[in-house]
Write a protein that binds this ligand. Structure first.
Ligand SMILES: Cc1ncc(C[n+]2csc(CCOP(=O)(O)OP(=O)(O)O)c2C)c(N)n1
Ligand SMILES: [Mg+2]
Length: 586
């Protein structure tokens, strides 16, 4: 815990102050990291207090990007990301980013300025029904009606954000509450240290259920762990490796779960679901699936085609009602992922040696299967095609990124290709895709949040050109923040995923899926950043190295990749997929 997060009484302020100052003091006492937002009249006292307290706040050029940056910051640190928007458009612009955090279970404390209650609903400028718009976008919308209650309700926002499945809590603060003042005592500024990072509190699954699950695993010949993003929220890395290694259970992951164990770990079998190396075939052949912190949604299940219904599922999940939503569970383990994994390891400890011996042949299959996959993929991974092959780009990232690096991946092909082919070299949040809502446009602002959360560590954001176009203004933010962030633009001059689907399903009739040919490196240079255009795959390594070495200014590496919509999907042979009207091939 940082000194500023230490909730000692000496640190606590007291006396008459504005609501905005009280809010800033609470964030200071909570050890809140850099914040992202755009001001307006309503929250001005808060902004003023931030300056006086010397807190880090970054003006962002679009509040949605502030929410994305806060989300990535929270993923790296597990501490609530902080973002703000002013009345009306500022608040509504937060929605997409907040839903990402809501769906992915990421702790966020968001602030929205609202109207002065003396004038509400008299057509105030920027006024709208923002509380109604924001409510379903957050875990809890907390309306602050009294200046005196700001500390109490900020404390609640942290508790909501970090408890159970984490998520965004939004403080909706009327102008008069923020500008108004109150005589506070030091006792008002109490902090609950447990709620300053997720998970605030850990709940263990029921012991009888753990024993039932252990009995199922004990008799399984081919158990498989399917790991989702919950493993990161729970920080369950050591517990996952311990169970997998003690019991010889391979580990497959969703895009969000990548890094539960290192991709380079001998028991890692890679991505499962829509795209897979060898994991899907291992799922098909499994006799017991242990699903951890994973919702088993559309992509993880290949649109609910996986896993086969006959295979029993043990589902360990922090949200009780998530269990059984998409696939009935043979055993429901309601609790924290780390705690549940620890309990399973303990319950299985006596038979561990025998289990390893009996599964030696099973885990012995993994290197051979991976080798066969790698040989089949090698022509793509080492392709010298021009335009550049996406698999080659992923392979170059594998070579360029050290073990402590972070790759932030945007919603288009950037996320899917790297989800399949990028290898984390250590357990942890080293791969950050925005799979909560899968919006395009997360890459650059997510990279900003991750870079601020991990100073000194290499951060690369990979994004499509469409996604980059959406948030280009944030290059100015990254430059102003002096971030040595590398932004890889997958330049296919297209809304590529859409174009690839039109190729596969609409007989090549392309509608509204082409983008202009652009030189994003030149754009970046014009904005005072570094810019390197790469058309030759042999130049990728040096370009990435230059970006990673840049230190205190962002570098855009504009990578010209295939324009052939028949070659865009990461599936091995997507053109052979039989497509019925209404289906999605990928
Ligand atoms: C905000 C938003 N709008 C639309 C989509 C649907 N969508 C998914 S991938 C994609 C293509 C994005 O193009 P680009 O960012 O260039 O990535 P590419 O697929 O070309 O790599 C679109 C439009 C989305 N995910 N998010
Ligand atoms: Mg594109």
């Amino acid at each position: 815990m940082t000194a500023s997060a230490d909730p000692t009484r000496q640190n606590r302020p007291h006396g008459r102050m504005t609501g905005g100052r009280a809010l800033a003091e609470m964030l200071r006492l909570s050890g809140a990291g850099p914040m992202f937002g755009m001001g307006g009249f309503q929250l001005l006292p808060f902004y003023d207090a931030l300056g006086q307290l010397g807190m880090q706040h970054f003006l962002i050029n679009d509040e949605r990007c502030g929410a994305f940056a806060a989300d990535a910051y929270a993923r790296v640190t597990n501490r609530p990301g902080i973002c703000d928007g002013t009345l009306g458009p500022g608040a509504t612009n937060l929605v997409t980013g907040l839903v990402e955090s809501l769906n992915a279970g990421i702790p966020i404390v968001a602030l929205a300025g609202d109207t002065n209650r003396a004038h509400s609903w008299k057509n105030m400028t920027q006024e709208c029904r923002q509380a109604e718009i924001l409510r379903p976008a957050v875990k809890e919308l907390i309306r602050v009606e009294e200046t005196s209650r700001i500390p109490e309700l900020t404390r609640r926002a942290f508790a909501v954000a970090t408890s159970g499945r984490p998520g965004p809590a939004l403080l909706d603060v009327p102008e008069d509450v923020c500008h108004g003042s109150h005589d506070f005592g030091p006792e008002d500024f109490a902090i609950d240290p447990a709620t300053l990072a997720a998970p605030a509190r850990r709940i263990r699954p029921d012991r009888t259920d753990v024993e039932r699950a252990a009995r199922l695993i004990a008799v399984a010949r081919r158990p498989l762990l399917l790991v989702g993003g919950g493993i990161h929220i729970s920080q369950g890395y050591a517990a996952l490796a311990a169970l997998a290694e003690a019991q010889s259970i391979p580990v497959a992951h969703t895009m969000s779960g990548k890094g539960g164990i290192a991709c380079t770990h001998a028991l890692s079998v890679g991505l499962f679901g829509r795209y897979s190396r060898i994991a899907n075939e291992l799922i098909e052949a499994s006799d017991c699936l242990v699903v951890v912190g994973c919702k088993l949604g559309e992509i993880a299940t290949k649109r609910y085609a996986l896993p086969p219904l006959a295979i029993p599922i043990i589902h360990l999940e922090i949200v009780a009602e998530e269990i059984g939503r998409c696939r009935p569970a043979a055993v429901a383990l309601w609790g924290d992922a780390r705690a549940g994994l620890e309990d399973l390891t303990a319950a299985l400890a006596d038979g561990a040696k025998a289990a390893r011996a009996s599964r030696a042949g099973y885990v012995g299959e993994i290197p051979g299967r991976m080798k066969a996959w790698a040989e089949e993929a090698a022509p793509r991974l080492t392709s010298s095609d021009r335009p550049i092959h996406m698999a080659r780009l992923c392979q170059e990232l594998n070579h360029a990124m050290p073990a402590d690096a972070i790759l932030v991946a945007d919603g288009g092909f950037a996320g899917h290709w790297t989800g399949l082919l990028y290898d984390t070299k250590a357990a942890g949040r080293h791969f950050i895709p925005d799979r909560g809502l899968a919006s395009i446009g997360y890459g650059l602002p997510g990279g900003i949040g991750a870079a601020l959360a991990a100073p000194g560590r290499p951060v690369v954001a990979i994004t499509g050109d469409g996604g980059f176009n959406m948030v280009l203004g944030e290059l100015e933010t990254a430059r102003r923040a002096r971030l040595g962030l590398t932004i890889v633009v997958v330049n296919n001059a297209a809304s590529g995923y859409v174009k690839a689907l039109q190729h596969a399903m609409m007989g090549g009739r392309y509608q509204s899926s082409d983008l202009s040919e652009m030189d994003y490196a030149a754009v970046a240079r014009a904005m005072g950043c570094g810019g390197i255009r790469v058309e030759d795959p042999a130049a990728l390594g040096a370009a990435l190295a230059a970006g990673l070495a840049a230190g205190d200014r962002p570098t855009v590496v504009d990578v010209v990749v295939t324009r052939d919509p028949g070659q865009m999907l990461p599936a091995v042979d997507n053109r052979t997929v039989e497509i019925r009207q209404g289906d999605r091939v990928a």
